[in-house]
Design a protein around this ligand. Structure first.
Ligand code: BG6
Length: 478
């Protein structure tokens, strides 16, 4: 059971709201995961509540991935209200009061969940509006990244937020942690006797976290120009995934214990050195509308980093992400140390496709594979890389997967912070980013549709990038 909740959605007419948040709220409403839910949208657009409901209905039709019984969509839209920002804090206060009047139970038991789906410069003004509207009480706030742009700005942002909200009211969202497959890393690591003991520098050679994207800017030039791939993806998503992959077992599967272990990983991370980084910019980026002709913003980044603790000392972590690359993927690849291979003849094929690997695919259709060398059938002793694969899609649970934002809104509404990031953690990540941010290497040009600038191969040598895969994932044949 959750308390009756009003979600106040800032940026309610924006892209994220249309694609993910409104369809996600509908699902939480429809599936009774949030029992009594109302939504108050607000944004710079001057529209009436009816116009907003129409827009929300359209967005749901276009972007929801689920079956949509019409009566349930209608019931959801009846629980949606709107007030433009131009109506000021009073307008917002009135809309929330209208919403709470429709919810069951005593007002003192109701909750407000403010979701700030707004550009960075609009975040603090939205916080002020919430304060002036008297809506801080009984509330939690979900913030979208970036949480600052460097160490000083993140400390300042946190200080300003803490003037209005207590830290335990603030939910900094990183939607990668809401992905089912990301959480499964914890289950996989800590629930299996097979893998737990080898999760260690004695057995693991190196780790890759690789998130290439085929997408370009999709009309986000303004945001992207001041952000770039490192701030947009690495400081947020990739480092968070790294923490799940590398952290020590928490004392319990509960928020404080998990956060403590993640922050210890960040504490042990060595500062990111410019010589361990390849920045890239796709050819044609500077001609995109809204982009400066002499822009130095990186649309690609690959880097090597180290976690200097007893478990990981000396194990390189390679991270890569970028726009307009050859394929879209989100993988974590764990490469195991090779055993002595001298008994195998030179032409046996052993080691030819790199060491044996464990791969997590964080795609919406989550998958996992263990690749190992095995004997090719027939005479002689030739080896080939084989694999065991698991796809969540092939289980009976496929329909229960919550989309990342659904999961995270649900958790925030219940006050569960397990999958959210803390002020300390974020500040530490900016701290280790300082050498790179102060002295970024020049961005190298790369062709759209490639895997990034050539220098990425030197970065990862003597290993090789796991992507592109030498073989496709198996699709189940019925
Ligand atoms: C967002 C970034 O946080 O994550 C985008 O701002 C990126 O640039 C997106 O494309 C990727 O998320 P997903 O879940 O679509 O892989």
């Amino acid at each position: 059971m959750t308390a009756p909740t009003t979600v106040v959605l800032f940026g309610a007419t924006g892209d994220l709201a249309k694609r993910k948040l409104l369809p996600g709220l509908l699902h939480l409403f429809q599936s009774n995961l949030l029992d009594d839910l109302r939504v108050v949208g607000t944004s710079l657009d001057d529209m009436t509540p009816d116009e907003f409901r129409d827009m929300a209905g359209q967005a749901i039709k276009e972007f929801s991935t689920r079956d949509l019984p019409e009566d349930e969509v209608k019931a959801f839209l009846q629980a949606v209200d709107y007030t433009p920002l131009s109506a000021g804090p009073e307008g917002l206060r009135d809309a929330v009061a209208r919403s709470e009047a429709q919810l069951p139970g005593a007002q003192a038991d109701m909750r407000r969940l403010h979701y700030l789906s707004v550009p960075p410069k609009a975040a603090l003004p939205a916080v002020r509006t919430i304060q002036e509207a008297g809506l801080v009480d009984r509330s939690r706030i979900i913030m979208e990244k970036p949480f600052g742009t460097d160490y000083d700005s993140s400390v300042k942002l946190n200080r300003q937020l803490h003037e209005v909200f207590d830290e335990d009211q603030i939910f900094r969202i990183d939607h990668f942690l809401g992905k089912e497959a990301a959480q499964n890393i914890l289950a996989f690591r800590f629930a299996n006797g097979l893998f737990e003991p080898i999760w260690h520098r004695n057995y693991i050679d190196h780790i890759q976290i690789d998130v290439p994207e085929t997408l370009g800017l999709s009309q986000r030039a303004d945001f992207y120009e001041s952000t770039g791939a490192y701030r947009d993806m690495v400081v947020t998503h990739l480092f968070q995934i790294l923490a799940f992959t590398a952290m020590e077992p928490p004392t319990a599967l509960e928020p404080r214990a998990i956060s403590r272990e993640k922050n210890k990983v960040f504490e042990s991370m060595q500062p990111i050195q410019p010589q361990d980084v390849v920045r890239g910019q796709y050819i044609g980026y500077r001609e995109e509308p809204g982009v400066q002709r002499d822009s130095e913003t990186e649309t690609f980044i690959a880097l090597k980093c180290y976690i200097d603790n007893w478990r990981w000392a000396g194990v390189p972590f390679y991270l890569r992400t970028g726009k307009r690359l050859a394929e879209g993927a989100r993988i974590i690849s764990i490469a195991f140390r090779e055993p002595p291979l001298s008994m195998f003849p030179r032409d046996s094929g052993v080691g030819e496709n790199g060491p044996d690997h464990l791969t997590f695919d964080l795609a919406d259709k989550a998958r996992m594979s263990l690749s190992f060398y095995g004997k090719r059938p027939g005479p002689g002793f030739k080896l080939d890389k084989l694999s065991m694969q698991f796809a969540m899609q092939e289980t009976d649970w496929a329909g229960s997967v919550l989309e990342a934002y659904e999961r995270l809104i649900y958790d925030a509404a219940r006050g569960d912070r397990t999958l959210f990031t803390s002020a300390d953690g974020i500040e530490r990540l900016w701290e280790i980013s300082e050498p790179l941010l102060k002295n970024p290497p020049n961005p190298r040009p790369y062709d759209p549709g490639s895997w990034g600038p050539n220098q990425i191969h030197q970065l990862v040598a003597p290993f090789a990038w796991r992507l592109p895969f030498e073989r496709k994932w198996r699709e189940k044949r019925f």
